[in-house]
Design a protein. Structure first.
Length: 302
């Protein structure tokens, strides 16, 4: 696990002021005990298509206790992003969004890309949303993702995209990319028949990440194309539940039916090979059914 954004960034990434801002904010928030990382133990589950990391969140009770304490001190309807905690705020991402550290990160340098004014998590993704995320992925690489509503694993109702750094052997779309490159098709929506849940991939080879506003417009168009292939209305308000994942090379959209498999919550990172459990016994439940079958159960069967 990286100890800084600089060590976590894609080795090919150019130097970025965002790196320094993330590292400075993270160090300060840790020193103030505002940033409260969730320490985990990991189990690797092999797979022919996608390797899975199952994390046992050993300090989950501390997270729950902190939430309960906060709830006791303030109205539960208070929006934690209006405003975000100053100690966790990295800085602006254009005029409409802010980069904020996840207060309870399981993965180091986990960023939230939040709207400055309130928008619902079920609202359509806009050009500005994608441009803000491009301002992170462009210089830093990594994996962006979005949980479209509670059913898709969202824990807050205020619109927030998310980003985690690339770490060798960790959560990413790279396992899919190797298979997608073998396909003769060069454009349009693609699927992998080996996956037992409905999904679509779209290549991002035509996106110019050095121009975030233009990239945002292009990404919104490609997202709409992915939604059309899945018969999801990209401008519906509210949107049906779905997960979005993207890196510099690929965009993936997955419709959702359920938040949980049994009592295990699944968000977008599940579809990139990262699952989270509260108890070690749940790891054996996942092993028994198979991670892909779990994803098919919370998604829509292919």
């Amino acid at each position: 696990m990286p100890n800084s954004a600089a060590s976590a960034a894609d080795p090919a990434s150019p130097s970025s002021g965002l790196l320094a801002d993330i590292d400075r904010t993270r160090a300060s928030a840790l020193a103030q005990d505002v940033l409260q990382p969730i320490h985990t133990e990991r189990t690797l589950l092999g797979g022919e298509i996608l390797p899975f990391t199952v994390r046992w969140i050993s300090s989950i009770e501390r997270k729950h206790a902190a939430r309960e304490k906060a709830a006791g001190q303030r109205d539960s309807r208070v929006n934690p992003f209006l405003p975000p905690e100053p100690a966790l705020t990295v800085g602006p991402l254009g005029q409409t969004h802010l980069a904020v550290l996840n207060k309870f990160p399981v993965i180091d340098c986990h960023l939230l890309v939040i709207t400055r004014s309130y928008q619902a998590q079920t609202a359509p993704l806009t050009q500005a949303d994608f441009a803000a995320l491009a301002r992170v992925i462009g210089p830093l690489g990594g994996l962006g993702f979005y949980n479209g509503g509670t059913t898709a694993g969202a824990s807050q109702h205020h619109k927030h995209l998310q980003w985690i750094p690339t770490v060798a052997g960790e959560t990413s779309l790279r396992a899919y990319a190797d298979r997608l490159r073998l396909q003769a098709q060069q454009s349009g929506a693609r699927t992998l028949r080996e996956l037992p849940f409905r999904h679509v991939f779209v290549s991002l080879a035509t996106v110019d990440w050095t121009l975030p506003d233009a990239a945002g417009a292009h990404l919104q168009q490609l997202f709409a194309a992915a939604c059309a292939a899945l018969e999801l209305p990209p401008n519906a308000n509210p949107m049906p539940p779905y997960n979005l994942l993207l890196d510099r090379d690929w965009l993936m959209v997955v419709p959702r039916r359920h938040e949980h498999w049994q009592d295990i919550s699944v968000n977008a990172l599940g579809f990139a090979g990262s699952l989270f459990v509260r108890r070690p016994a749940q790891i054996e439940q996942i092993r028994a059914v198979g991670p892909l079958a779990l994803l098919a159960a919370v998604g829509e069967a292919a």
